[in-house]
Design a binder for this molecule. Structure first.
Ligand code: PBG
Length: 335
């Protein structure tokens, strides 16, 4: 066989893959992951007893909203095509066990009153912004451990009040055991069978919540959250936690954080038992702000970096993404 013949023969197996990368329009044509505004859920923080909105220095582009500024904020997001919001209420008073949700109710009612079904109102249900110790549940008598049962009762009460105030999607982020079944039962009993539940079902004990805890004033004053959030070395727990919450009738499951747990998102999405269950992924505060820190050091482009991470979460097959970047990227026309 001549050398020439061999060369020609082999060329059949050489593929010019870069043909699909030659220019912007062609790259766009061949792209096969879709990121849409409708899949983004934008977190917003409302503070009690605040008179003027303030910038949150720990979370670029985000603000402490007041009772009135929250309405303007939602309106400006709606104009940009963002219509799902995850609300965090930060109360001015902290307590060990007697909580007052009047401010929360007032905020949700005024939002629903102003925007009705033009928006989807998700509300984070947890106790960490309220408790004087900053844990997500109530403490037992020893005051060293969480009392799961009492915590679930309080969360259930809070969830029902939220539903009564017009919240569309109750979003428990506390990680107490069996709060989903308790909340579902109570909502159904009170005829809120249409109120949805998005469970923070696979929530890891992560280092990336730092900026959020600064913002939500929810850093635990002692210990950590490792006895109720998932250990990142325990894969089976990560899967089982979501399977359990599906059985307890959560409508949407969630993996949080997103970027360090893309494998978990994918594994849940491809799990037979979860075939028809939407999975949300939360791009958490540290994942977002970390990119900003690199951008400020002149090392990356913030917006391009955000897009890349959001697409990676979509490739992992997340249905929805909770992200602080929703407004920022929409404002730039990048979505
Ligand atoms: C609290 C809660 C946390 C986040 C959302 N709800 C933090 C925590 O567990 O300490 C984190 C969000 C973020 O980092 O962006 N239950």
């Amino acid at each position: 066989m001549s050398d020439k013949y061999q060369e020609k023969d082999q060329s059949k197996f050489l593929k010019n893959l870069s043909r699909t990368r030659t220019n912007k329009a062609i790259r766009h044509l061949f792209s096969d992951v879709v990121l849409e505004k409708k899949d983004l859920i934008y977190p917003l923080f409302v503070y009690e007893d605040l008179l003027q909105p303030e910038d949150l220095s720990a979370l670029f582009g985000q603000k402490k909203q007041t009772q009135s500024s929250i309405l303007k904020e939602i309106e400006s997001c709606l104009e940009m095509g963002i219509s799902s919001f995850l609300l965090f209420i930060v109360p001015s008073k902290k307590s060990e066990q007697h909580f007052d949700y009047q401010f929360d109710e007032k905020i949700f009612k005024s939002i629903k009153n102003a925007f009705g079904d033009n928006i989807i109102l998700f509300a984070d249900v947890c106790l960490c912004s309220q408790t004087s110790h900053g844990h997500c549940g109530l403490l037992d008598e020893s005051r060293k451990k969480i009392d799961n049962h009492q915590s679930v009762l309080e969360l259930t009460k809070k969830a029902l009040l939220y539903a009564e105030s017009g919240v569309d999607v109750i979003s428990p982020s506390d990680m107490m055991d069996n709060r989903i079944s308790s909340i579902r039962e109570s909502l159904d009993k009170h005829h809120f069978d249409d109120t949805l539940i998005m469970s923070y079902s696979t929530k890891f004990a992560s280092n990336f919540y730092g900026p959020f805890r600064n913002v939500a004033q929810s850093t635990p004053s002692f210990g950590d959250r490792k006895s109720y959030q998932i250990d990142y070395r325990h894969q089976k727990d990560a899967i089982n936690a979501s399977l359990r919450d599906k059985q307890q009738k959560a409508d949407i499951l969630m993996v949080k954080p997103a970027l360090s747990y893309l494998d978990i998102i994918y594994r849940l999405k491809t799990n037979k038992e979860l075939e028809n269950t939407p999975i949300a992924a939360y791009q958490v505060s540290g994942e977002y702000q970390g990119l900003k820190v690199m951008a400020d050091a002149g090392l990356i482009d913030f917006h391009e970096g955000l897009l890349e991470t959001l697409y990676s979460i979509k490739r992992a097959k997340a249905d929805f993404i909770i992200t602080y970047a929703a407004k920022e990227l929409s404002a730039k026309g990048m979505l």
